[in-house]
Design a protein around this ligand. Structure first.
Ligand code: GLP
Length: 240
């Protein structure tokens, strides 16, 4: 079978995280002042730890890089931690040599539709995203583009799917803001990481089925520079 994208399946999640971190390091090696879109979620924690270790050996490795967030929650309570904060505390603030800047979505703004267009204009004014890194939800969501999101969707306020709310322990009716599928597709490169058996069905739906709004990740696989990195568990439904 000839795949229209690069797929690698590592033996375990540690190897997959290493391979994925290399995609980010390769991007910075190609272009020191890259604009890199960051994702949150459990899947990325190990990747950020690898990048921090690398940077501590070469402080300043990311000093010209502009980072941007992929999506954000619109919190209903203090218990619900902003993604921008998670990215700062878990990754950016721990870089010894710093970074050029971090573009974030300000959910405290009164008009979030306006904030979504400000965010898109800011990214466009800097020449667009060089590398967007992505996880995937168990229902195939990318960022917060839940099933039903269209290929031409833009940065916008979205309702989270019940499964997403339940898995994250959020309050019901929770909303978020996310770059749309069309915004993600504008990135020069995309790297998607999935680990664990929980993601196997979403990955198989994204890769083996006809692209459909039922599995938003499936709408990305036609991108000419997408790399999908899996561990053997996340890739386990691909062989049958
Ligand atoms: C979250 C985030 C995504 C993330 C995905 C997977 O809800 N909005 O950016 O990639 O779902 O999360 P996890 O890695 O915790 O499974």
């Amino acid at each position: 079978m000839v795949l229209p994208f690069k797929l690698s399946i590592a033996q375990d999640s540690c190897e997959a995280e290493k391979d994925f971190a290399k995609e980010i390091l390769d991007q910075v090696a190609r272009k020191k002042n890259s604009l890199i879109g960051l994702a949150t979620g459990q899947t990325m924690i190990g990747v950020y730890e690898i990048l921090i270790k690398k940077e501590h050996k070469s402080p300043g490795l990311f000093k010209e890089v502009v980072f941007a967030q992929l999506d954000e929650i619109i919190p209903n309570s203090d218990r619900e931690n902003l993604f921008s904060l998670q990215l700062k505390e878990g990754f950016l603030n721990r870089l010894k040599g710093g970074y050029a800047s971090f573009l974030s979505i300000d959910v405290s703004k009164p008009d979030l539709t306006l904030e979504a267009s400000r965010y898109l204009s800011l990214i466009a004014s800097l020449g667009g995203i060089d590398l967007q890194i992505l996880g995937i939800g168990v229902n195939g969501h990318v960022g917060y583009n839940e099933p039903g999101s269209k290929k031409d969707s833009r940065c916008r306020v979205v309702k989270l799917a019940p499964t997403t709310i339940e898995r994250a322990g959020y309050t019901s009716g929770m909303q978020g803001i996310t770059l749309g599928i069309s915004d993600i597709l504008k990135s020069k490169r995309i790297a998607l990481l999935a680990t664990g058996i929980d993601k196997a069905a979403a990955i198989s739906g994204a890769i083996k089925s006809t692209p459909s709004i039922d599995n938003p990740a499936s709408l990305l696989v036609t991108h000419n520079m997408i790399k999908i990195i899996l561990d053997s568990s996340a890739g386990s439904f691909l062989t049958n």
